[in-house]
Design a protein around this ligand. Sequence first.
Ligand code: SAM
Length: 294
Amino acid sequence: MTLAEASGPASRLDGLPPLRDVIAAAGLRADRALGQNFLLDTNLLDRIAALVPLAAGDTVYEVGPGPGGLTRALLKRGARVVAVERDRRAVAALAPLVEAAGGQLHLVEGDALAVDARALAGEGAHIAANLPYNIATPLLVGWLLSEPWPPWWRSATLMFQREVAERIVARPGDPAYGRLSVLAAFRTRARILVRLPARAFVPAPKVESAVVQLLPQAPVADVAVARVADLTARAFGQRRKMLRQSLRGYLPAVAAAGIDPTRRAETLGVAEFAAIAAHLEPAGAGLPASEGGC
Ligand code: SAM
């Protein structure tokens, strides 16, 4: 028996109109400001949903269900889905899916950057989304900085634009290596599972995409993640500069960690950043406000 047969509303979902019809009926013209590039290929959606390591009775937290393609695929797998959608037109278009899901879909109209995902989805939920690319990085950083750790989410299976996906999984020396790579490696195991051409989406974006899966792990070191976040913002804010310049003011910690201050941030591994951060504690003075992005 599949998960869906055990607990899901699979047969009612099969009676729903095709996604293209949902979009047409709701006048859901893609809004670029909301990062709307829809996935309509049900085989592809089923493949992505199958990547989520679901057990019977698990909840999935989905950001931006749009017309509901991924949502349907997750429900068919027997998941309970909590979905947050900002676009009122999409929320209206999803009403038949909410009905067909028979209590398995909790749809919230709201901004995923502002809602309390943990309170909505509950402990042990999985995150799955074809993310709106304009807010994908701040959402991921928020999930990576979750406290306490292990976090409320058990896995995250997320579509990013390919360039961001490569930054998440990059290693020292890779051109894409940066703050996001260090934060991801500090607390998770992150892998690219699928790469998708732009033509897989409607409308096709200008960039390629990739699905990244992040699985929470014990942190690389017993150091507050906020320290690592601040340190990496500072170090990668001037990534081409030597540490003696970019981490000016923290050179005692760099030296105490046994790191050569003539190295550049882009060559340091996550354990080395953690070692520097560890020597900043428990000074209590704190780092000055961080600069730079991910
Ligand atoms: N999941 C659908 C799919 O795969 O076809 C849609 C994905 S589309 C890339 C991103 C979705 O996120 C859109 O439905 C968009 O309206 C929604 N969205 C954009 N910004 C949002 C926000 N701040 N909070 C919640 N949803 C948002």
